[in-house]
Design a protein. Structure first.
Length: 359
């Protein structure tokens, strides 16, 4: 055995997570959730819950507010080698593995010829093995369910910045918006289609974030967004009632649409549908119309390419043909009147033999 996955399983099987954290220099190490989670402070930190390692064979790991979300190799790469970006962390995976081997004595895992450049994502491998265009929802592994008590880490009070942008106090409460003092970010809780907590996304309020090279958006508790539709657990009954699902790029657009009374909305947290998201939407039924609401900067060609993924479905686009929106704005960013005009005049994107036309 020499790969990264097998070494993690060995650490878990031998119950050596606490020892590993001690050797990393972490302190105030303890378990929570009946032993399912290890928490600790960073070697140079005083937040006793900053470091979190799940006690399972994947050793899912987080460093809160630092944007370090992955597994134990990510944790080691950050603490021992100062890596803070995913690209840098991946370059250090072999070093992190060697550090474990040297400190825990698992020399049988040392393999100089191993040139692994990344951590295996078994769910992704399963998808890649598919030969058909569509995948079954049974083939998608779910995100880890987080303990609801992590909400206590944040101040769950709506933020004035978003109120000024048109997202009311009441809507922010509905969408579980709050604030993280440690990272100075507005936070939003992310739930799966069942309403279970799977992630926390933060938006910095620092105006000079670009100059300081601070990410505008950051998952404080990371999850695989490509297998989820944000807000589906709230929107589902409204989707089935209206026979329409409205899909935006980001969660703030969903909140603004909610303000306008449109509750059948979700977001993909990006601008490119994954196969899992396609499968999830198509599973809602043949009679559900799909309305795409991409930001202003997306071209007709791009929208057609995305729509083409929904074979055998009625697809529409709330597309701005009259320069009502500014560059990069969402269809909901110019107020309710503009949004309702764009939605009312949405364009049909029929699909015939998988070839799009008319838009």
């Amino acid at each position: 055995m020499s790969n990264l996955s097998d070494l993690k399983k060995r650490i878990y099987k031998d119950n050596r997570v606490e020892e590993l954290l001690e050797k990393l220099g972490c302190h105030h190490i303890r378990t929570e959730k009946g032993g399912e989670l290890y928490v600790a402070a960073r070697p140079d930190g005083d937040n006793s819950r900053s470091v979190q390692v799940y006690n399972n064979e994947y050793l899912n790991s987080h460093i809160r507010s630092k944007g370090i979300n992955g597994d134990i190799y990510y944790l080691i790469s950050y603490i021992k080698y100062g890596c803070s970006t995913e690209a840098d962390i991946k370059k250090r995976l072999k070093d992190a593995k060697d550090w474990i081997i040297d400190n825990l004595g698992y020399h049988e895992f040392r393999n100089p010829s191993n040139r692994s450049t990344g951590i295996e994502n078994s769910w992704l491998k399963d998808i890649k093995k598919k030969r058909s265009k569509d995948i079954s929802l049974d083939d998608i592994k779910e995100n880890i369910i987080l303990d609801e008590t992590i909400i206590n880490e944040y101040i769950m009070i709506p933020h004035k910045l978003w109120i000024d942008e048109g997202i009311s106090y009441e809507t922010q409460e509905e969408f579980e918006c709050g604030f993280d003092l440690e990272s100075n970010r507005i936070v939003v809780l992310i739930r799966n289609k069942k309403g279970e907590l799977i992630g926390v996304k933060g938006r910095t309020v620092d105006e000079d974030y670009e100059e300081r090279e601070i990410p505008k958006y950051l998952y404080l508790y990371k999850m695989n967004k490509s297998i989820e539709l944000y807000n589906l657990h709230r929107a589902l009954e409204h989707i089935l009632l209206t026979k329409e699902i409205i899909v935006f790029e980001g969660y703030k657009s969903v909140m603004k649409a909610w303000e306008y009374g449109y509750k059948n909305c979700v977001s993909i947290e990006g601008d490119n549908f994954s196969k899992a998201q396609i499968a999830l939407i198509k599973s809602l039924g043949l009679d559900i119309e799909i309305t795409l609401c991409f930001d202003k900067d997306k071209s007709v060609k791009f929208i057609k390419e995305q729509a083409q993924k929904f074979t055998n479905r009625n697809v529409f686009a709330a597309y701005d043909m009259n320069e009502l929106l500014e560059e990069k704005q969402s269809p909901v960013d110019q107020g309710k009147q503009t949004w309702e005009y764009l939605h009312r005049n949405k364009l049909s994107i029929p699909i015939k033999n998988n070839v799009l036309y008319n838009l």
